[in-house]
Design a binder for this molecule. Structure first.
Ligand SMILES: [Zn+2]
Length: 296
């Protein structure tokens, strides 16, 4: 059995995985100073028999040295060059594998979610920020320094909103869930949550449609570039806005069609993530499964 652990800034989700399925899951609060000890205590409280665990996968936010299991930098958790794998393995005497949380979500979708039929898939997660993961020919792409999949940053996708990363023209301030809510406020003249905007979106309310068009046109441009750069089998959209479901995927597809060659666009479906809150747990577990087999 495998433990898949998704470590977020406020909550840690733990899933026990047997035969590619989550058979038990629970959450604990994140205290970044005591994560490993808190996890080990939680195994005892939740009667997880560590002797039956073959490997543990952990998804963490931030820049990760996947090979050595070191958290190079995590603003959310306050880690800098933290030897997560080494410390956890020493305390638990089990193999531990560490992966970036957005990459884990992409692996989860690739393994058992919307991308499970495909070899090459690109995930965009629209949350507080905008993260992603790239899987090409059944391999997670890390790139030279491990930053592959940081789809929210760099480039010149808009000229209005500064990004949290320090650049001025990133995709994230427009197409993240936070960015869409900002656009909704601009067009509706008042604060409205994404959740409350869904009904209006589905009724084609012109202000809401304009807000979504403003926020998601840069995303569509980004998708078009990725389609011609890497030729994935599909694009998957996750995060809060994906709760709208297929109408959102269709909406994004129409925007992509405006800036893409028809024969590419028609062969690259835009899908909604299906593993939802479990994506990180599943992806972390899948990472542990694939990496531990390399040890044998
Ligand atoms: Zn940025």
């Amino acid at each position: 059995m495998i433990l898949g652990i998704d470590i977020g800034g406020t909550t840690i989700k733990i899933g026990l995985i047997d035969n590619n399925k989550i058979v038990r899951k629970y959450t604990i609060k994140t205290n970044s100073e005591t994560i490993i000890d808190d996890l080990i205590k939680s195994f005892v409280i939740n009667k997880i028999n560590v002797n039956q665990i073959d490997a543990i996968g952990c998804a963490l936010p931030g820049f990760i040295d996947h090979k050595n299991g070191v958290v190079t930098l995590s603003g959310n958790l306050g880690y800098k060059n933290y030897q997560f794998k080494k410390i956890f393995e020493e305390k638990l005497k089990k193999p531990v594998f560490v992966v970036n949380d957005a990459n884990a979500a992409a692996l989860g979708e690739y393994w058992v979610g919307a991308g499970s039929k495909y070899d090459s898939t690109i995930l965009y997660t629209l949350g507080t920020g905008l993260g992603g993961g790239i899987i090409i020919n059944n391999q997670l792409v890390f790139g030279s320094s491990g930053y592959a999949g940081e789809l929210g940053h760099g480039g010149n996708f808009q000229n209005e909103r500064n990004c949290t990363c320090g650049l001025s023209n990133c995709l994230e301030p427009f197409a993240s869930a936070t960015g869409i809510e900002k656009s909704l406020k601009e067009f509706l003249g008042k604060d409205i949550s994404l959740k409350d905007s869904v009904e209006l979106f589905l009724k084609n309310d012109s202000n809401v449609i304009n807000a979504f068009t403003k926020s998601l046109t840069p995303l569509a441009n980004h998708i078009a570039i990725m389609e011609t750069s890497l030729n994935p089998d599909c694009i998957i959209i996750g995060g809060g806005p994906s709760n709208i479901g297929k109408p959102l995927a269709d909406f994004i597809k129409k925007l992509v069609d405006k800036s893409q060659l028809g024969f590419i666009s028609n062969k690259t479906p835009i899908l909604i993530a299906t593993t939802r809150n479990d994506a990180g747990i599943l992806g972390a577990a899948y990472w542990a499964i694939t990496e531990s087999t390399k040890l044998v």
